[in-house]
Design a protein around this ligand. Sequence first.
Ligand code: F6R
Length: 243
Amino acid sequence: MRIYEAKDYDDMSRKAANIIFAQVTMKPDCTLGLATGSTPIGMYQNLVERYNAGDIDFSEVTTANLDEYRGIEPTNEQSYYYFMNEHLFSKVNIDKNNTNIPDGTNMDVEAESARYEQVLRTLGGVDMQLLGIGRNGHIGFNEPGEEFVKETHCVDLAESTIEANKRFFDSIDDVPKQAYTMGIQTIMKAKKILLIVSGEDKADAVAKSFFGPVTPKVPGSILQMHQDVIVIADRAALSKCPR
Ligand code: F6R
């Protein structure tokens, strides 16, 4: 695991965009695993700017998103489908047929989990998986628990996650309580992982995930077992790490 310190959110975003840029330049037909949330917005903006400058071509890229709320329409502004269109897909020359996100409208948990896992198998593996991390150490929506759940599954979101996500909804009652997420093994199968994190409120999660014991109680800690992880964290997020 290589941890790079960024000065602040903008610096983190630029450094992360550099890595995605290099990945797409080196392998134009790569599969990118993508994440949503506040953290990657600046990175996506940066990639869109480079696309507008004619420096990056997404025409052969395939994407697979980590997660999606269950029971939410793609037209809902809070859906991850909507987010991806808003921040990246509608702004670059990616072929929409090559973008994949769990289907939040499929209420059949077993069928949707199996379908998405099959999609990922058919893609033949993710070249680079982008991750953010939750304050409780979750990756994707793999919340702290007693075991690592391997494949795509439906989760009950932790209270702290619902609380953290309520800023995007009119009221806490509107925040979906469940989500589909890639499992830990699904994430760990990616050839490379790029985790980005910013802010002091993530400092505990960062210290525990990258310097503590590997445990499902801190899902991000599993990344210590992956052979090719790059973490780009700003100073505030690294503030509780051993020096
Ligand atoms: C999003 C995802 C989540 C977020 C995490 C951090 O697709 O999988 O694990 O990366 O909740 O969210 P933000 O970036 O909003 O702090």
